[in-house]
Design a protein around this ligand. Structure first.
Ligand code: OSB
Ligand code: MG
Length: 369
């Protein structure tokens, strides 16, 4: 295939409910969509998971647009590509900027699976026809509200509940949740809000039989996490700290984690995500697919990735209606009793709803050779 034209759109969609983490609150989701067209007219879609502020990592909507426009798009336009694995090779002299790279690579995987007439899941080597789904619940205004939001999610059938914690909103919240929901698979995500000086506090979480604690320490750390993991029984799951299969290898060797959350954008694309998956499988480290409050397009890529065999824990891939009044794909992603049925049609498996996209688009730019 040869990519001959690319359209970038800047979308803004309102979340059904604000989402609060240790680093801030999301009310809207602003993000880039990338539409790539090959020489035979086949169109593929990618979604950038970079947020408008550099809270989660250093990339933003504007840095990803800059990287795409000034470096990545010129490197890919009109290049002959026989497999999506070649995209990261074209980009090999550009350091980091993983979310920007992943945006194009996702569209190329979409085109590749359409050309080869298979679902993205099948193209990746995935075997599952349905996947287990968990839910990530933001920090609420009061303990009572936190209990009722979690209760509703359990009633909706989600297979695992993740709650966000931060200093001052941690042990007591988890204690109360456990008292009310003793059997539910539950975990906590700190988004890097603690340091090793908080080890005594974090160790108190061992009491509550959590499936894991996600990214308690600094977003660039794997050393202190290894120290903490030796002191805690609860497995540590790394999210922010893992950007590549090399990072994963080092973290596993150091004993920094017992689980890895794989996010396609954070690691620079599906090809790298698959490499991390394969390494973790070999090393006996279970993985799951994280979420970045994606629209249906990013969500479709996440669902396909989750069909790989070592995605043995439910992911943060809740259905469209958890996030949006209206999603930008058809049909929307539906969660039923904690499962999503994996689409079998070729490509990402969902039709892109251009009418809806137009409604949320704030800016568009077209690139061609
Ligand atoms: O750390 O996994 C995270 C949302 C925004 C930024 C970081 C994270 C999250 C989530 C939500 O936990 C996952 C989702 O439902 O998409
Ligand atoms: Mg996380």
């Amino acid at each position: 295939m040869k990519i001959i034209a690319i359209t970038i759109r800047h979308l803004k969609m309102k979340l059904k409910q604000p989402f609060t983490t240790s680093f801030g609150t999301f009310v809207h989701k602003e993000f880039l969509l990338l539409e790539a067209k090959d020489e035979s007219g086949i169109v593929g879609w990618g979604e950038s998971v970079a947020f408008d502020s550099p809270w989660y990592n250093e990339e933003t909507l504007k840095t990803t647009w800059h990287m795409l426009e000034d470096f990545l798009i010129p490197l890919i336009l009109n290049k002959q590509i026989s497999h999506p694995d070649e995209v990261s090779k074209l980009f090999k002299n550009i350091r980091k900027n993983n979310m920007a790279k992943s945006t194009i690579e996702g569209a190329v995987w979409d085109i590749y699976s359409q050309i080869t007439n298979q679902s993205l899941a099948h193209a990746l080597g995935g075997k599952k026809d349905k996947i287990e789904v968990g839910i990530s619940i933001g920090i609420q205004k009061s303990l009572d509200e936190q209990m009722s939001v979690v209760e509703k999610a359990i009633q909706d059938g989600y297979k695992r509940i993740k709650v966000k914690i931060k200093p001052g909103w941690d042990v007591e919240v988890i204690r109360e949740l456990r008292k009310n929901f003793p059997e539910t698979p539950m975990m906590a995500d700190a988004n890097s809000a603690y340091t090793l000086q908080d080890a005594e506090l974090l160790k108190q979480l061992d009491e509550f039989n959590l499936t894991m604690i996600e990214q308690p320490l600094a977003s660039d750390d794997i050393i202190d996490h290894a120290v903490l993991q030796k002191q805690m029984n609860t497995p540590i799951c790394l999210d922010e700290s893992i950007h590549s299969v090399e990072d994963a290898r080092k973290a596993i060797e150091l004993g920094s984690c017992g689980v890895i959350n794989i996010k396609i954008g954070r690691v620079g694309g599906i090809t790298e995500a698959k490499k991390i998956h394969d390494l973790c499988e070999e090393k006996g480290i279970p993985v799951w697919c994280g979420g970045m409050l994606e629209s249906g397009i990013g969500r479709a890529h996440n669902i396909a990735l989750t069909t790989l065999s070592n995605f043995v824990l439910p992911g943060d891939t809740a259905g469209s209606n958890h996030y949006w009044e209206e999603d930008i794909i058809l049909p929307e992603v539906i969660t039923e009793n904690g499962y999503i049925t994996v689409p079998q049609v070729s490509g990402i498996g969902y039709k892109v709803n251009l009418e809806a996209i137009d409604k949320y688009t704030m800016a568009t730019k077209y690139y061609h050779s």
